[in-house]
Design a protein. Structure first.
Length: 359
């Protein structure tokens, strides 16, 4: 039984639900289990949109193991309907609202948290590999994460689910000081690269260069606001110099391949920033000439997930249509085909692949 008599619900909490459970790398099973019990302060969401990203792929294949607790239910990019609460809902959220979910729960007490970096808290827990994520028909949001719910009622559930990667992009751009830059280069035009292009333009960047090997994505990169779209080539540095003779102020690595960085090291403006935004395999290394960094005052910045305030900034931009994201959402497969959805996400052949947990 769900504890505490103050539970408000619109669903039968004694029913069962289906979810995908990852037991080991490449071993995911669809199971029928009870709907989670609610402790005081907990909120129950009916998942309405769940998307997959490279982190899910790396967890599924065993390439990401840090902080991953197995068995677990993947999916940290998700949205849902508030269908039950044990106690009161957080401010700004009502029963029946569609919400997006900030996926991190920092401890609030460690050095990272006290210095304003809760997203890299070493004691944090995360939906999708420590707490059950969106590849489930219902998700329990524990009391300590209830403030992570943000109402977003005027777009589709999949647009609500994509708030998370957009917030991550905003965090990365803030760290790389994109606002006010004259020229920004985005390496990779997958969904995250396209989000970076749109955000950079929204932040007033005059020139955005997109580099993407897949010619099929060049048109959408241009439609996203890229002023110059190139495919990697031996002469790419010369093309960039011709377009931006004063150099590139910010390079955003939106693809996790070290070799994608080297062509741009010779076209950086003085004081340029390099954002190591994408996730990389654990053995990946980036190489720089130390004196280039020294004499040009280059900055190399990481970007890990996002902060709750990034969520709070991005959700209204998507909700009111200032930031268009619907075209970045690709194939949605039923829960029974979750492993196929992960394979499709890994291929890079589609936009943001997702799982319809009710199909």
């Amino acid at each position: 039984m769900t504890s505490n008599a103050t539970v408000t619900t619109t669903v039968d909490l004694s029913a069962t639900m289906r979810k995908a459970v990852l037991y080991a790398p490449n071993d995911m099973r669809i199971e029928q289990v009870p709907i989670p019990e609610l402790e005081p302060g907990d909120v129950l969401l009916k998942v309405t949109g769940a998307l997959l990203c490279g982190t899910d792929v790396r967890i599924y294949t065993g390439r990401k193991t840090r902080n991953v607790n197995l068995p677990s239910t993947l999916g940290h990019e998700f949205a849902g309907e508030v269908v039950a609460v044990n106690g009161d809902l957080p401010e700004g959220v009502s029963m029946g609202d569609q919400v997006c979910v900030y996926p991190l729960v920092p401890c609030g007490n460690c050095s990272a948290c006290s210095k304003g970096h809760p997203n890299i808290c070493r004691n944090r827990v995360a939906f999708g590999y420590q707490l059950d994520g969106g590849l489930s028909q219902y998700v329990r949001v524990p009391a300590q994460a209830r403030e992570n719910l943000i109402s977003i009622n005027h777009v589709s559930s999949r647009e609500a689910a994509i708030v998370e990667p957009v917030a991550c992009a905003l965090n990365g751009q803030n760290l790389a000081k994109v606002a006010g830059a004259d020229t920004v280069l985005v390496a990779g035009a997958g969904p995250l690269g396209l989000i970076h292009i749109r955000l950079a333009k929204a932040q007033g960047v005059r020139q955005v260069i997109s580099v993407e090997p897949n010619q099929a994505r060049h048109a959408i990169a241009r439609a996203s606001g890229a002023d110059l779209v190139l495919a990697p080539s031996d002469g790419i540095a010369d093309q960039i110099r011709e377009f931006a003779p004063d150099g590139v102020d910010v390079v955003i690595m939106a693809i996790g391949r070290p070799e994608a960085m080297s062509p741009y090291l010779g076209v950086l403006a003085p004081g340029a920033r390099i954002s190591v935004f994408a996730g990389f395999n654990s053995e990946a290394k980036l190489e720089f000439v130390a004196n280039d960094i020294h004499y040009n005052e280059y900055e190399i910045v990481g970007a890990s997930s996002c902060r709750r305030e990034n969520f709070q900034q991005v959700a209204p931009m998507i909700d009111d249509g200032r930031l268009k994201v619907a075209d970045l959402i690709g194939t949605q497969l039923p829960l029974d085909r979750a492993t196929e959805a992960i394979d499709l996400a890994a291929s890079g052949a589609d936009m943001r692949v997702g799982v319809d947990v009710w199909a």
